[in-house]
Design a protein around this ligand. Structure first.
Ligand code: SAH
Ligand code: SF4
Ligand code: F3S
Length: 447
């Protein structure tokens, strides 16, 4: 018997890769009843996967949820669900603010989606499912294979965060650190590669502290986990994100010597170049220890690309503190960075700190930082010109036939021309001819 799937599901995803992965899981959990659509107008159900890391991210989610009111008016049977970190934080409050929402569901509860959707369809009762249970464990989720897998895939290795950096909302909305078992992770990766996946990215808010919550007798460190995933046949490229530098161990640095398929990219968020700001952020490392780790990484993998996150305008940031961040940029010469103006996120602790810098000043500092990073990124990109490098094919450009893109191990995008069809995930050699701000341009070698 063939089952026809006549309902359509629209999912909007804000925030980090944790949300991206949850979106994949939700789509798969509902795939027996709903096909994905990119057209809001034809959706029978809409899920808004929200992020609350900065005020702007939260506003974006609320504004989309606001727009959905008029869609629901036209199609009253439409199910509207909110998940992600705003949903976890606000719970029922979200429904009192927007009564066209049917379901508010926390990231830990998404596995109940099929059941809750069924209930809502039958009863039309608004539902809130945001319990965080101390005994929760991530289900050994093996993706269904009927929709064809892309060449790269995220695998969640842990949820939550214990660090309580003073500016950050994550520990309040994602709960305490919870590591998946090594067996579950390895089984999931094996399953993925046996179905053609070539690149795996291990995901967590702070992957370096993987295993710290496990019982001592069964504890696996992140470096050990990385080794066991790297040796699975078929894992051509292995990446991970994100890492708090305080937990970056020598064993992990050693992985960059031992594991050939571990990519030459490290996203190592520093947040500030000033020790006094780092102390007040509760980051638990100093610039000196950070730079020490950066040096070690560059020593063992000279081609490693380093990227970072920066917050400017943290409460009380002086001109000297900001200058220290600019000096750090010059010292590390990051290949790229994400930089943000500090955003106050209650109940995070820094909301109580005295903030004397005007918003104008913060914007100015951000612009100065970003302009300098842009220059360095360009100089870094120019270093690749003239080299022949291996890329993994990503796909064909949507705008122009015969135009393809791929990524080198460092995560840089390379655009190139190829008249023949290529399969995403294929490895090819390209000669890099040109550098742009956001990508490189190359020519296929023997293509
Ligand atoms: N777990 C990662 C960070 C995840 S959040 C780590 O510890 O490095 C992603 C980035 O958002 C952070 O690195 C930080 O730069 C930024 N961010 C977090 N809270 C913020 C806030 N309140 N205001 C501005 N930027 C913030
Ligand atoms: Fe937030 Fe700090 Fe945890 Fe990263 S390590 S998620 S910045 S509390
Ligand atoms: Fe945002 Fe939550 Fe990720 S706050 S950055 S979606 S963990």
């Amino acid at each position: 018997m063939t089952v026809t799937i006549d309902k359509k599901l629209f999912i909007a995803t804000f925030g980090c890769q944790m949300n991206d992965r949850d979106t994949e899981i939700m789509a798969q959990l509902l795939s027996r009843s709903y096909a994905r659509t990119l057209e809001l107008a034809e959706a029978d159900a809409v899920i808004v996967n929200t992020c609350s890391i900065r005020a702007k991210a939260e506003q974006k989610a609320f504004s989309l949820l606001g727009v959905l009111r008029k869609y629901k008016k036209k199609k009253p049977e439409m199910i509207i669900a909110a998940t992600g970190c705003v949903a976890q934080q606000d719970g029922r409050k979200m429904i009192s603010r927007m009564n066209h929402i049917d379901l508010v569901i926390g990231p830990q509860n998404i596995y109940q989606l099929p059941l809750l959707f069924d209930k809502i369809r039958k009863t039309r009762k608004t539902t809130v499912a945001t319990d965080i249970s101390p005994s929760f464990s991530i289900p050994p989720f093996l993706p269904t294979m009927d929709c064809g897998l892309p060449h790269k895939r995220f695998v969640t290795i842990m949820q939550g965060c214990n660090n309580f950096c003073t500016y950050c909302i994550v520990p309040y909305v994602r709960g305490r650190e919870l590591s998946r078992s090594q067996e579950d992770i390895v089984a999931e990766v094996r399953h993925l590669v046996s179905h053609g996946v070539k690149e795996i990215t291990l995901l967590g808010q702070n992957v370096n502290s993987y295993g710290n919550d496990q019982e001592e007798s069964q504890r696996t460190s992140f470096a050990e986990l990385l080794c066991s995933v790297a040796e699975i046949r078929g894992v051509e490229r292995l990446r991970f994100t994100t890492s708090n530098p305080k937990d970056l161990s020598d064993d992990l640095i050693r992985c960059f010597v031992d594991l050939d398929n571990l990519c030459s990219h490290f996203h190592l968020p520093v947040q500030s170049g000033s020790n006094s700001i780092l102390r007040r952020m509760n980051r638990k490392y100093t610039i000196e220890t950070y730079l020490d780790k950066v040096e070690k990484l560059k020593e063992v993998r000279p081609d490693i690309a380093l990227t970072t996150d920066i917050i400017v305008g943290f409460p009380g940031e002086t001109d000297e503190d900001f200058q220290a961040t600019m000096d750090l940029l010059e010292k590390v010469r990051y290949h790229g960075s994400f930089s943000f103006i500090y955003s106050s996120r209650p109940p995070a602790k820094s909301c109580e700190f005295e903030d004397t810098i005007s918003q104008e000043e913060k914007k100015e500092r951000l612009a100065i930082y970003q302009a300098h990073q842009k220059e360095i990124t360009m100089e870094r990109n120019l270093e690749y010109v003239g080299q022949t490098m291996e890329i993994m094919v990503e796909g064909e450009s949507r705008n122009a036939e015969g135009q393809w893109s791929g990524r080198i191990s460092t995560h840089h995008i390379v655009n190139f021309t190829c008249a023949k069809p290529l399969v995403p995930g294929r490895m090819l050699m390209v000669h890099i001819d040109e550098a742009c701000y956001n990508s490189l341009r190359g020519t296929l070698v023997d293509g």
